[in-house]
Design a protein around this ligand. Structure first.
Ligand SMILES: *Cc1c(COP(=O)(O)O)cnc(C)c1O
Length: 397
């Protein structure tokens, strides 16, 4: 008998590990070893969860909310999420259209599983959030990546969308505000894309994880509000991680027409069951104690906006670098293609030579860019940008 086991599954072998988590892990390991690293790799707010949310969770834990609950989420939380969509977007949602899942990431995956069969094609505009193509592959479906570069403001056009559609296309993934670019589509831009999707009878997965993190005059659009046809085919994913600095809690939300939400809940019932019971009471407090939550979010946004403007201005002062001023999320996505280095090599050398961590654009399907997260302190941004400038000057010699 052989000591060598059979090869692992096609699922395991097809998967690319998350490059963003990998860069972040390497930077953290270097920091732990005492190195002075400036990391722009973080994919989460550098703030703690607001106290009233933690208190509500702790109280629920103390009072014995420690049992299994309904798979799609505790009833008061589903009600509060439905009410939030009505209040924020004037969108009529009933609690049975809401599924609470262990993280928005899992909400996305369930949404893909609920709508796509093996061999179906899914349109993924690039730069994309790293998990979309991998999740599509895990569903046996086929990602069709459409590149939208900085000249297009990193936005998909209706013509590009129409050209990418085939008889096998099932689903369009949208993500506004975007991770990694911070781009925010206008309502009119989304309406034009949705019209094409409706015409071809596609489902739409709209990842609105950063809906509350918008700057200047930008406004988030809930894609389900664009038309009754849009609402009938859109799965809206959002959550608590980014808005309320709750990444470690693992609570995401999906809102969809009731039959789709039911399918999503049934998939979840065989995979994870309910989100941690007492954690859901923390999420409930985030929605119910609105004044405190709004104040905490405002504090975070003031810091993010200041850092965004500072980082953007400093990046554009570096010869050879150009960067759009993103209007959402907490990332900038500068173009570094003028240096003639592959972005992976650029990032590897930047980390080795200057101890600055950034994620290469190719991880998001767009070669020639960096993703810089400004969910980090002003001091680290100032120090890191100085080092990046020095590194770029060296490359130009
Ligand atoms: C962070 C993120 C998510 C998922 O967040 P969770 O931590 O799983 O709730 C989903 N989509 C995008 C674009 C993200 O950046």
């Amino acid at each position: 008998m052989s000591l060598t086991p059979a090869p692992l599954s096609t699922w395991s072998r097809a998967l690319a590990p998350s490059p963003t988590l990998a860069v972040d892990a390497k930077a953290k390991a270097m920091q732990a070893a005492g190195e002075d690293v400036c990391s722009f790799a973080a994919g989460e707010p550098d703030f703690d969860t607001p106290a009233h949310i933690k208190d509500a969770c702790a109280a629920a834990l103390q009072s014995g909310r420690t049992k299994y609950g309904p798979t799609p989420g505790i009833e008061p939380l589903r009600q509060a999420i439905a009410a939030r969509y009505a209040a924020e977007y004037n969108l009529a949602v009933t609690p049975n259209q809401v599924v609470v899942s262990p993280g928005g990431k899992f909400s996305c995956y369930l949404g893909i599983l609920a709508t796509c069969s093996p061999g179906d094609e899914v349109i993924v505009p690039a730069p994309f959030w790293v998990s979309y193509p991998e999740m599509v592959k895990l569903a046996g479906a086929v990602p069709k990546v459409v590149l939208c570069d900085d000249r297009a403001g990193f936005k998909l056009t209706p013509a590009q969308l129409a050209a990418a559609i085939t008889p096998r296309t099932r689903l369009l993934i949208l993500n506004s505000p975007s991770n990694p670019t911070g781009a925010v589509y206008t309502r009119a831009e989304l309406a034009a894309l949705v019209a094409v999707a409706v015409q071809h009878n596609l489902y739409i997965l709209s990842d609105e994880m950063y809906e509350h993190l918008v700057y200047d005059a930008a406004k988030p659009t809930c894609v389900a509000t664009l038309s009754p046809e849009a609402q009938a085919r859109t799965l809206v994913v959002a959550g608590f991680s980014k808005t309320y600095a709750m990444t470690g809690w693992r609570i995401g939300t999906l809102v969809a027409p009731a039959p789709i939400a039911k399918a999503v809940g049934e998939l979840q019932s065989q995979m994870t069951s309910n989100v941690t019971s007492f954690a859901q009471y923390g999420a409930l407090a985030a929605l119910q104690e609105k004044e405190k939550t709004t104040a905490a979010l405002a504090t975070m946004m003031t810091a993010f906006d200041r850092r965004r403007q500072h980082l953007h201005a400093e990046l554009n002062k570096i010869p050879g670098v150009s960067c759009l001023l993103a209007q959402g999320a907490f990332y900038l996505f500068p173009n570094i293609s003028s240096f003639g280095l592959k972005d992976q090599e650029f990032c590897a050398r930047l980390l080795d030579e200057e101890k600055v961590a950034a994620v290469p654009g190719s991880a998001f399907g767009a070669e020639g860019y960096l993703r810089l997260s400004y969910a980090t302190s002003d001091a680290i941004i100032a120090k890191g940008i100085g080092r990046l400038g020095r590194f770029c000057a060296k490359l130009r010699k």
